[in-house]
Design a protein around this ligand. Structure first.
Ligand code: SF4
Ligand code: SF4
Length: 180
């Protein structure tokens, strides 16, 4: 591919036309009305959040782009994006934003909104299910290994019953369990 062709090809990927009629400005207002959304409109697209993000390089939509998409009202794209679920919640972006935009918290709000609409990635549902069933995310040592390793039948001191019963009563529990 020649240099000119390569340039043309890249710009074709970067510049995706936005259909104005598809935008939902009420989405921006919805996020702004949430406790973390007050400063949303102060974003001046400096990309500091993206520069601070340890995993933005592998994201299709970078943090500053997601914030811009929210401001534009690209509800469907944001709520169906994998990035809001891939966020490590490390708060690096939020910590460094010069405009005090609560980037990480806003992504939490987006996840909550996506969950309300059952737009939850399959792997997240599996993890939530695991948490609801076992009261913890990971099996510490499988039953069959415990005996081989001469461990007690159950991890001493591990009590997950209360966690399970609390989770069952939460909104998350009801959504994942299909009771909501
Ligand atoms: S760092 Fe803050 S102001 Fe800059 S792009 Fe990100 S959210 Fe917007
Ligand atoms: S909180 Fe999420 S978006 Fe922000 S820097 Fe960490 S991984 Fe990136």
């Amino acid at each position: 591919m020649s240099g000119t062709e390569e340039k043309a090809d890249k710009s074709a990927i970067i510049i995706e036309p936005i259909e104005i009629s598809d935008l939902e400005s009420s989405f921006r207002d919805e996020i702004k009305s949430m406790p973390h959304g007050k400063e949303l409109s102060a974003c001046f697209a400096c990309s500091t959040c993206t520069a601070a993000c340890p995993i933005a390089s592998v994201w299709e939509y970078k943090p500053h782009q997601l914030i811009r998409m929210i401001i534009l009202g690209m509800k469907e794209e944001v709520l169906s994006s994998k990035e809001i679920w891939l966020c490590l919640t490390c708060f690096q972006c939020q910590e460094r934003c010069p405009q005090n935009v609560r980037v990480t918290d806003i992504f939490f709000d987006c996840k909550n909104l996506a969950s309300e609409q059952r737009m939850i990635p399959e792997n997240i549902v599996t993890l939530a299910d695991e948490l609801m069933t076992n009261g913890q995310l990971y099996v510490i040592t499988a039953d069959w290994e415990r005996e081989d390793l001469d461990l007690e039948p159950e991890l001493p001191g591990l009590s997950t019953d209360e966690i399970k019963s609390i989770l069952k009563e939460t909104r998350t529990g009801k959504i994942v369990g299909g009771d909501d």
